[in-house]
Design a protein around this ligand. Structure first.
Ligand SMILES: Cc1cc2nc3c(=O)[nH]c(=O)nc-3n(C[C@H](O)[C@H](O)[C@H](O)COP(=O)(O)OP(=O)(O)OC[C@H]3O[C@@H](n4cnc5c(N)ncnc54)[C@H](O)[C@@H]3O)c2cc1C
Length: 409
């Protein structure tokens, strides 16, 4: 059996390793377009903060790891997929055959169509190459404007602030992390950042970028030597044109990671997979989902049948020392119940969303001990019984609720 994987990120690497475990004699090849050893984008902020070096971003420590597992990793950019011939064609014209193909090409930053966005002093923070450019340009004391305070923007914010730059953040939504948290939690995050010397403008659009900085729709200027954009991502699917593979927000897959095209599977940021909490198919663009996808796609590619239960959409942020997180259906559902704790002076917030007596979503700020428990309660779909009313009265009793409903005590 010949397995070919396009993309050497967490989804592709997990899939390759799982395939090796399940199919001893198979030929397994990963082709990815970045020059470095397979690495984790999640580690880039730690590189920018100086906590690790580039080696520390690699997904596997040893340089001979893949060879030792009989996994061939090569650099190349796939230009097209020809399912009828069971071949992919690289940009250099080389053709690679496959029996089963995994598309694990991830996503790329989307830049809004704003004048000046293609200037030299506008950068993304997505690849190791981007990180090197930022390392050389975002020196302590330089003025940096960050456009976008979503999940990725807020992760980058932390790394930039730690570099000692004069940082300003601009978010078009009414609050920070608007697709991850409600107004109270987002407001706490903003106030926290401001208290740490980071300028934050919310509810205002960027009109243009020029050599002085970022011009906002309200007429103000955010002065900047370097502008970093974090304004969403798009799945890398252009090479699938003409392949017949169906695409919506990402590559459409079923519960076994199969696309509509025979022997072609997809996983990770590029794939629109099952969401555990909503039952819909969505692009999560987070690493835990990519890793789950890679693992289970491989099980199915190997000929076994593993029905995917879906992944919980979740985001965890450490913003200049303030931990926050969102899980699942944090906005709640029609007919559901909500419990809330709001202690703005202490930068603490917790909201729990229930459907019947199950926890289906949550937002938390400044409550370190609850992250694992929240995920556990949502993922296990544990009926809370009497604990629902107790949590409605005091949502901080989560650990007790978890222990009681898992019958550990
Ligand atoms: C700065 C930063 C911080 C992050 N922090 C977190 C975090 O804290 N938590 C979290 O959950 N997620 C985080 N993420 C998101 C996380 O990194 C992604 O969800 C994850 O990398 C997705 O894995 P993947 O394997 O699907 O795609 P990727 O890691 O993007 O890998 C896909 C690979 O395929 C390559 N490729 C694309 N097209 C082609 C082609 N035509 N031919 C060959 N190769 C191709 C790409 O260049 C890339 O190397 C972060 C992302 C960034 C940028």
């Amino acid at each position: 059996m010949q397995y070919l994987i396009i993309g050497a990120g967490p989804a592709g690497v997990n899939a390759a390793e799982q395939l090796r475990k399940l199919d001893d004699g198979a030929a397994i090849r990963i082709v990815g377009d970045e020059p470095e050893a397979p690495y984790s984008r999640m580690a880039i902020p730690y590189l920018l903060m100086g906590n690790i070096d580039e080696q520390g971003t690699h997904l596997r420590d040893r340089s001979d790891h893949f060879a030792a597992h009989g996994i061939d990793v090569s650099q190349g950019r796939v230009a097209r997929v020809d399912p009828a011939a069971h071949q992919v064609v690289l940009e250099n014209g080389e053709k690679l055959g496959y029996d089963r193909l995994l598309i694990a090409t991830g996503s790329s930053p989307a830049r809004p169509p704003i004048p000046g966005m293609d200037s030299d002093h506008v950068a993304s923070c997505w690849t190791l190459a981007d990180a090197r450019a930022i390392q050389s340009r975002a020196a302590s004391g330089s003025r940096v404007a960050l456009i976008g305070a979503g999940f990725i923007g807020s992760i980058i914010l932390e790394a930039l602030a730690q570099r000692g730059v004069a940082l300003s953040v601009i978010e078009q939504g009414q609050r920070m992390v608007p697709r991850m948290m409600g107004p109270k939690a987002g407001g706490l995050l903003q106030r926290w950042c401001e208290s740490k010397g980071v300028g934050v403008s919310t509810g205002v659009a960027v009109e243009a970028v020029d050599t002085d900085g970022v011009r906002l729709a309200d007429g103000s200027l955010v002065p900047a030597d370097l502008v970093i954009t974090a304004t969403g991502v798009r799945p890398n699917v252009a090479f699938l044109d003409g392949s017949g593979v169906s695409i919506d927000q990402g590559v459409l897959i079923d519960r076994q990671f199969r696309t509509n095209v025979q022997d072609v599977y997809a996983a990770g940021d590029v794939a629109q997979g099952l969401d555990f909490c909503t039952g819909d198919y969505a692009v999560h663009a987070i690493q835990p989902t990519a890793s789950d996808h890679g693992h289970l796609a491989a099980v199915n590619m190997s000929g076994r049948n593993a029905q995917y239960e879906g992944s919980v959409n979740m985001n965890v942020l450490d913003t200049l020392g303030l931990l926050s997180c969102s899980f699942g259906r944090w906005e709640g559902v029609d007919g559901g119940d909500q419990a809330e704790l709001y202690a703005p002076d202490d930068y603490r917030y917790l909201s729990l969303q229930f459907q019947d007596d199950r926890l289906i979503g949550a937002n938390a700020v400044g409550l370190y001990q609850h992250v694992g428990v929240l995920r556990g309660l949502i993922q296990r779909r544990a009926p809370l019984g009497i604990w629902k009313q107790r949590l409605m009265r005091d949502p901080t009793r989560l650990v007790e609720a978890y222990l009681s409903t898992t019958q550990v005590i």
